[in-house]
Ligand binder design. Structure first.
Ligand code: ATR
Length: 260
């Protein structure tokens, strides 16, 4: 049996475990996908064990940077300094590629406002850069983290950082809104009014569950790309890297699981 898994901390049942295992079953692939929890202080001693015993791995917070010294990152993963997929000792970043692919058929309207400055935002900014976007408004609760990202991408894009208090104001001026924070994951809400969203053509919300922001997008007829779709596109890239991608069967698995 082939073994795949997700390196994570703390323990959280992943969408990857749920959907990849359903996919293996539907496609008669003899494989299993595990959630693997490693305590951060034990990461350096434990990780090699998993790199040896698993056929393919995903990596999530807080290990996407720590993993790099144990594998060989491909060029884009090195450039972003984050790896979320491993195969045969090579490290890939499928987050940016998934984000990029999810927007290939979308006419992105400017200005674009991104909220959040964590690991996901880094992959998203790189994806936007690859889509040819040259300007971005970036808002984050902790402004220092937004400034760090601005600096990180300074040769690739002009990023205007605005404080969190300006979020609604920036939103009113934007046509595309990307939420890369965890707001909505535990029931929190941005508390935007419909008026605040009236200029928008697209809301991209990376949170996996159905958030009030996503509900508002649908109510206001604003095109919505949700977190499960974001997950799907990066998952496709993982399966391709691991050499076990069947387009029809994976799409079928995803659609069946999306509403369950
Ligand atoms: P990920 O890898 O998914 O990006 P992360 O690195 O933990 O995860 O980043 C989480 C993001 O959500 C951060 O931008 C965080 O803001 P801070 O940088 O200020 O911590 C943002 N976030 C989480 N909860 C939030 C909240 N209640 N209000 C505003 N921003 C929040």
């Amino acid at each position: 049996m082939r073994r795949f898994g997700l390196l994570q901390y703390p323990e959280k049942e992943s969408l990857s475990k749920k959907i990849f295992n359903q996919y293996f079953k539907l496609s008669s692939i003899n494989a299993k996908y595990d959630d693997i929890v490693i305590e951060p202080r034990k990461f350096d001693t434990k990780v090699t064990e998993y790199l040896e015993s698993y056929d393919g791995l995903n990596v999530t917070v807080p290990f996407k940077e720590d993993i790099i010294k144990f594998i060989s990152p491909v060029e884009d993963a090195r450039e972003i300094n984050a790896v979320n997929c491993i195969y045969q000792n090579k490290g890939y970043n499928t987050d940016w590629k998934g984000f990029y692919n999810s927007l290939l058929d979308t006419d992105l309207k400017l200005p674009i406002l991104l909220v959040g400055a964590g690991g996901a935002s880094k992959a998203i900014i790189y994806g936007l850069y690859k889509l040819g976007i040259k300007h971005l408004i970036l808002v984050n609760r902790t402004i220092e983290k937004a400034n760090k990202l601005k600096d990180f991408f300074k040769t690739k894009m002009e990023i205007i950082v605005e404080p969190f208090e300006n979020l609604k104001d920036a939103l009113k001026r934007s046509k595309t809104f990307i939420n890369a924070t965890s707001i909505g994951m535990f029931g929190e809400s941005f508390n935007f009014s419909n008026e605040d969203l009236s200029n928008l053509h697209l809301i991209y919300d990376i949170v996996y569950n159905f958030t009030s922001l996503q509900e508002q997008a649908l109510e206001n007829n604003i095109k919505l790309i949700d977190g499960k779709t974001f997950w799907y596109y990066q998952a496709v890239e993982n399966l391709k890297i691991w050499g076990i991608y069947d387009e029809v069967k994976f799409y079928e698995t995803f659609v069946n699981s999306k509403f369950n």
